[in-house]
Design a binder for this molecule. Structure first.
Ligand SMILES: Nc1ncnc2c1ncn2[C@@H]1O[C@H](COP(=O)(O)OP(=O)(O)OP(=O)(O)O)[C@@H](O)[C@H]1O
Length: 595
């Protein structure tokens, strides 16, 4: 839950979005709030005057009666038609604010240069809660306005009631328990939602896995569907139970609050009826107490509702501000331009890295020199830290100790966006962009998205032209089944991912992190040979290959063996074979297997 001042700040920000998107609608909403604020009091007054004037007229025509009736008609129209019109406008503008807020969230989340917010469960929970409740954030500016309108409306009613008997002012005090109860209910509900955020994500993900083609296949074969479904249902049940418990508890407290008010209202009616009997109040005044006393309940309800919506928005505001502040804090402080071509290379000195929240470092004491114009191969068992090292080189995480320098400039001093624009990479967990083929590949370099020559060159280098030739509409073939496109094999998708990585013509660092795992060893070997030859031609770049197949990387200029986050061996294939260490042993084992 955020502080009232930050909730106010967010509400002001939302109002700013509304104002910029549709001023006319905002003016209509604000203008209609004024008659809404006075309409209930006017209805009460009109009824009081109608009863008193009709009583006094004794069958004669009294002009005051006409005025009282006219006031009642106007007030009723303002309340019914005005309210509906205002709701419709608010709904429409809230939709637009919601869209802007969603865009802001996506922009903030996607421009954070590091990966922490996408890898830590606590951060993912906050993002999921934020995405799910943007509407209450968007509506926070109206919630404030609605609350102020309800408070003015309620105060006018109270003023009229107190004018009849000051004791009726107690009704305002009795309206406080329902207010308190609603606030408490909202808090408990928000706590229940936060406590079960991980279960909500789990349930969504398990159900999504069951209906997505990639995961669905494995689930179908293993017969794990019912078990996963059961796990999802159990997670859902935990969420529903926690929320229901919070709601039931809230209803109990709210009921108690409303009972207090109902007792006060009944007391107020008895008090006024006795005053009428004693001649201390008119029948019209009794009418006013009946009308406004019962309406005061709904006015308090509207105030409570407004406050609940503000409290709800306040809770989401906490996540919203966190994301903005986190994005700000994680923003790269580096300002230096990345070099156009590498002169010396990239150096890692005593680099250590521990994932946030983890107890042990994943990389420890890593000392490496990746010379410009060379091909470097990174090998090691699963979990050795290869991908983590790649992430550090891409600036997706900062080392927890030690330094990485690019041509002697510390990586953290480089403008991270400029650095990323000089990188290119293909990874084992590639994305299947279900787009027309030319865009599936062209997206690797947005400035050349529609450059047919560039796309064709990248496809040729990745050995993917046969895929294009086999498709009905060539480069324009829509890929994937999501949009009734043409499905291709996993290995073919991977070739396209590789072509995407090759869209950038002269990257300073080309990372190929097992992007060929779905290809057969001969195809992988051929491709890596192409990359190694290319890398030797271009002096200003480094090509970093990650692979488990030692035979494919043997021609690299430098082979680095990572073991448990430490560099245990490094050198050329010949040097490492001569050293007769772990590399030589593993190479020999794989070579025998291939023979
Ligand atoms: N996002 C993360 N948060 C916390 N720990 C992580 C994260 N990613 C990886 N790790 C830890 O870091 C270790 C190294 O992982 P990494 O992915 O770098 O290994 P790798 O050598 O690339 O493995 P593989 O060959 O299986 O791809 C893993 O054992 C894992 O425990």
């Amino acid at each position: 839950m955020s502080s009232p001042s930050s909730t106010l700040r967010t509400a002001r920000h939302m109002f700013g979005i509304a104002w910029h998107s549709d001023r006319a609608s905002v003016v209509v909403i604000a203008a209609l709030a004024v008659p809404q604020a006075v309409a209930i009091a006017a209805t009460g007054l009109s009824q009081r005057w109608i009863v008193d004037k009709a009583h006094a007229a004794d069958g004669r025509f009294v002009p005051g009666l006409v005025i009282a009736v006219a006031l009642g008609v106007i007030a009723h129209t303002a309340l019914a038609a005005g309210g509906r019109t205002r709701d419709n406008y608010q709904f429409d503008v809230t939709d637009r604010i919601d869209l802007s807020v969603n865009r802001e969230i996506l922009a903030a989340a996607s421009t954070i240069p590091t990966l922490g917010h996408l890898e830590r469960a606590a951060y993912l929970d906050r993002l999921a809660l934020l995405r799910r409740h943007t509407r209450s954030l968007a509506g926070s500016c109206w919630a404030l306005g609605d609350t102020v309108t309800a408070v003015i409306s309620g105060s006018l009613s109270l003023w009229l009631l107190v004018g009849i008997n000051p004791l009726l002012g107690i009704l305002a005090v009795l309206a406080l328990p329902p207010l308190w109860a609603a606030n408490r209910a909202q808090r408990r509900l928000a706590e229940a939602r936060t406590a079960t955020a991980e279960d909500q994500r789990l349930e969504e993900q398990l159900h999504r896995m069951c209906i997505e083609p990639d995961s669905g296949k494995e689930i179908y074969v293993s017969g794990a569907g019912p078990t996963l479904d059961h796990m999802a249902d159990t997670a859902r049940l935990r969420v529903v139970t926690a929320v229901l418990r919070a709601r039931v508890g809230a209803i109990g407290w709210q009921l108690l609050g409303w009972l207090c008010y109902a007792a006060g209202y009944t007391g107020g009616l008895i008090l006024t009826a006795r005053m009428v009997a004693r001649g201390e109040a008119s029948l019209g005044e009794l009418m006013l107490v009946i009308t406004l006393g019962s309406r005061l309940r709904s006015q308090v309800h509207l105030t409570v509702d407004g406050i609940s919506r503000i409290a709800d928005a306040g809770h989401v505001t906490g996540h919203y501000l966190w994301l903005r502040e986190y994005a700000q804090a994680e923003r790269s402080v580096g300002t230096l331009e990345a070099p156009v071509a590498l002169e010396h290379g990239i150096e890692l000195r005593d680099v250590e890295f521990t994932y946030p929240g983890a107890a042990e470092p994943v990389l420890d004491g890593v000392d490496l020199t990746l010379r410009a114009g060379t091909t470097v191969a990174l090998v090691g068992a699963n979990g050795a830290g290869k991908t983590t090292l790649v992430k550090l080189l891409g600036g997706m995480h900062a080392p927890t100790a030690g330094t990485i320098t690019v041509d002697s400039i510390p990586l953290r001093e480089l403008d991270i966006d400029a650095w990323r624009q000089q990188l290119s990479g293909a990874f084992q967990d590639f994305v299947k962009f279900q787009l027309p083929l030319r865009h599936t590949v062209g997206i690797g370099l947005l400035s050349s998205l529609d450059d047919e020559a560039a796309v064709t060159r990248a496809l040729t280098e990745a050995g993917a032209m046969p895929i294009v030739e086999g498709l009905p509409d060539g480069l324009d073939t829509q890929l994937g089944l999501l949009y009734q496109g043409h499905e291709i094999s996993h290995g073919q998708w991977q070739r396209l991912a590789l072509a995407r990585a090759l869209m950038r013509r002269h990257p300073l660092l080309l990372v190929l992190d097992e992007p060929t795992a779905a290809l057969d060893p001969i195809a992988e070997h051929e491709l890596y040979e192409v990359f190694i030859r290319q890398a030797r031609r271009e002096r200003g770049r480094i090509t970093l290959l990650v692979s488990h197949r030692f035979s494919t990387v043997r021609n690299a200029d430098l082979i680095i063996v990572l073991d448990g986050g430490r560099v245990t061996e490094q050198g050329t294939h010949e040097e490492l074979m001569a050293a007769q260490g772990r590399y030589a042993a593993l190479y020999a084992t794989q070579a025998v297997a291939y023979q």
